[in-house]
Design a protein around this ligand. Structure first.
Ligand SMILES: CC(C)(COP(=O)(O)OP(=O)(O)OC[C@H]1O[C@@H](n2cnc3c(N)ncnc32)[C@H](O)[C@@H]1OP(=O)(O)O)[C@@H](O)C(=O)NCCC(=O)NCCS
Length: 169
């Protein structure tokens, strides 16, 4: 299949309603979804914790989005980020939008010398992007079997991560 001619770029202010709406629609059919993923992005932005907000644009339309936010680790280790929510336009899924967003996020993390990135997600999808299952590092109250880590600069410190407090709000 021909790759979609998408452009990946940081969000600008005018994208915010489209990001909110896309995230709501992409997560709506997912059985695991809380249904408030779009509000989480708005909360992170409001709290100054949206470290990176990438959109995938196709013919002037937002068809994908990825958020990174700062996370903490019980050891005090610094430089770690959390990936998510991530979404692709439902009618355009499985055409590389999510993969292109993740690739760009990894470049952004590497360029900043980040220690690594964590997420809770489908173990069938993220390992192809370098994420490793790491149940022993999962935050309390997270489903450990869906917890994954991408170390970018050395080992994963022993102990648990914590997502930004907006995730529990
Ligand atoms: C997850 C998501 C962002 C992936 O974006 P995408 O543009 O569809 O993904 P890509 O086209 O880059 O990757 C497609 C590949 O990943 C696989 N894939 C996509 N979503 C998957 C999923 N949820 N579980 C397992 N595999 C998945 C596809 O099988 C495909 O593999 P193939 O090419 O070998 O067939 C998108 O499916 C989405 O918005 N889902 C709804 C919201 C969601 O679940 N977000 C993630 C929460 S952890």
């Amino acid at each position: 299949m021909t790759p979609l001619p998408i452009r990946i770029r940081p969000e600008d202010e005018r994208d915010r309603p489209a990001i909110h709406d896309l995230t709501r629609r992409a997560f709506a059919p997912m059985a695991f979804a809380a249904g408030d993923e779009q509000d989480l992005i708005d909360a992170l932005r409001r709290l100054g914790a949206l470290s990176l907000s990438l959109v995938a644009e196709l013919e002037g339309r937002v068809v994908g989005h990825l958020a990174l936010s700062p996370v903490t680790h019980e050891s005090g280790a610094e430089g770690w980020f959390g990936l998510g929510p991530i979404s692709a336009e439902p009618a355009l899924q499985r055409q590389g939008v999510g993969g292109a967003l993740i690739a760009e996020a990894k470049s952004w993390l590497a360029a900043r010398g980040a220690a690594g990135c964590i997420l809770t997600g489908d173990p069938g999808y993220y390992p192809r992007h370098g994420f490793l299952p790491a149940p022993e590092h999962a935050p309390e109250a997270e489903p450990a079997e869906f917890f994954m880590v991408l170390p970018l600069a050395g080992d994963i410190p022993p102990g648990r991560f914590r997502f930004h407090p907006a995730f529990g709000a």
